[in-house]
Design a protein around this ligand. Structure first.
Ligand code: 5GP
Ligand code: MN
Length: 349
């Protein structure tokens, strides 16, 4: 496996450009429970491949939230879960797999087996640390704002400025906007803003995109957020931490659908003194955890160490196969074990 960091990114992109030129049936794949960057990167690249005359496909392991379904060609994405037969056929006919916004096979869910079994060329475009997925070309830039920003670089380098159509620009802008919390984190590199400037030059309406993503929720979702903050937020002042737990019963009560708790985990960070926030969501058969931090506290390490997960320094996720009760207990314990790191990070914040 070749591990390429930013200096060599141009070189790896030019080799990926050759692979794309030789491919007739490329498939772009992203991770389980896709977020804005996953879908934005996937669609941006998919549209570019389609515009280049390929019989391209975009594939996700499972469903994605309604606030991303307005994106250009989102309806063409093949969801593996529920459409296994069609997805398998597409993968069998594929001659190139490009994975975006993840680099750990565990993040593919049940699609993992199909991808690892495939013997065609595989490439990764991503911004996560610790790559663990085997691929012939690995284009990883950890300090990039998003995978979408890297997809932009790849398309720009391979197809030139004209290849960035307004549709592609909308997808990539959505990826950058969502993965940086509307340019509030992961966005201190001037290059990210140069990318955004180039996207705006295609004529896209960034305010419309903002409204489609962030002002497009159901009444129930807003009420669930209010409920979570009012009734469920537990602040552990001593540890500069806060967490919220959403049980299956509570989700049912609020008519929970995919994506409804997206962003909830960020709110407790707005409390003075809180530098670590966790959202615990009970699922059928397991528990999903989301971690966010301000400053130096490394939630990627925390998620890897205690909840078989990972992510970035300030945003990560993981899961537990224990009961909800045991998971929350473990969370409290692991937070108390991390008291020293939390205190250090709090002092430096
Ligand atoms: P979220 O909390 O929004 O689900 O995920 C935040 C970030 O954490 C994602 O962008 C991804 O990088 C990472 N992440 C989330 N869940 C998992 C997981 O189960 N495993 C790993 N390795 N990373 C995850
Ligand atoms: Mn991302």
């Amino acid at each position: 496996m070749e591990f390429i960091v930013k200096k060599e990114l141009t070189e790896i992109f030019s080799r990926l450009g050759e692979w794309v030129a030789q491919s007739e049936r490329p498939v772009v794949i992203t991770h389980l429970n896709p977020d804005g960057d996953a879908i934005g990167s996937l669609l941006g690249l998919y549209l570019y491949l389609k515009n280049s005359g390929k019989k391209a496909h975009g594939m996700t392991p499972n469903n994605f939230p309604a606030f991303l379904r307005w994106l250009p060609s989102a309806g063409e994405i093949v969801r593996y879960q529920g459409h296994e037969k069609r997805a398998r056929q597409i993968l069998q006919e594929a001659d190139l797999l490009i994975m975006v916004d993840f680099n750990d096979p565990k993040r593919l869910g049940r699609l993992c087996r199909e991808v690892t079994a495939s013997s065609v060329r595989k490439a990764i475009i991503d911004h996560h640390p610790n790559p663990a997925l085997d691929a012939g070309l690995v284009a990883v830039q950890e300090d990039a704002s998003s995978a979408a920003e890297l997809v932009f670089s790849f398309i720009g380098q391979t197809g030139g400025k004209k290849a960035i159509t307004p549709e592609i620009a909308e997808c990539i802008y959505t990826g950058i906007m969502t993965d940086t919390g509307c340019f509030s984190f992961n966005s201190s590199r001037p290059e990210s803003f140069r990318t955004v400037a180039r996207l705006l030059e295609t004529g896209i309406d960034k305010d419309r995109i903002f409204n489609k993503v962030y002002n497009n929720f159901s009444v129930r979702r807003m009420q669930l957020l209010g409920y979570a903050l009012y009734r469920k937020m537990k602040v552990l002042t001593k540890y500069h931490s806060a967490y919220m737990v959403l049980t299956l019963d509570e989700q049912k009560e609020f008519g929970f659908v995919t994506g409804d708790s997206e962003g909830f985990v960020n709110y407790p960070l707005a409390v003075r003194g809180v530098i670590f926030s966790v959202l615990v969501v009970e699922k059928a058969g397991h528990v999903k955890l989301s971690f966010r931090s301000k400053g130096k506290f490394n939630v990627n390490e925390f998620a890897r160490k205690y909840f078989s997960g990972g992510g970035h320094v300030n945003a990560a996720g993981g899961e537990s196969n224990e009961s909800l009760e045991k998971t929350v207990h473990l969370l409290e314990k692991t937070i108390s074990i991390s008291a020293h790191e939390l205190e250090e990070a709090f002092r430096q914040a």
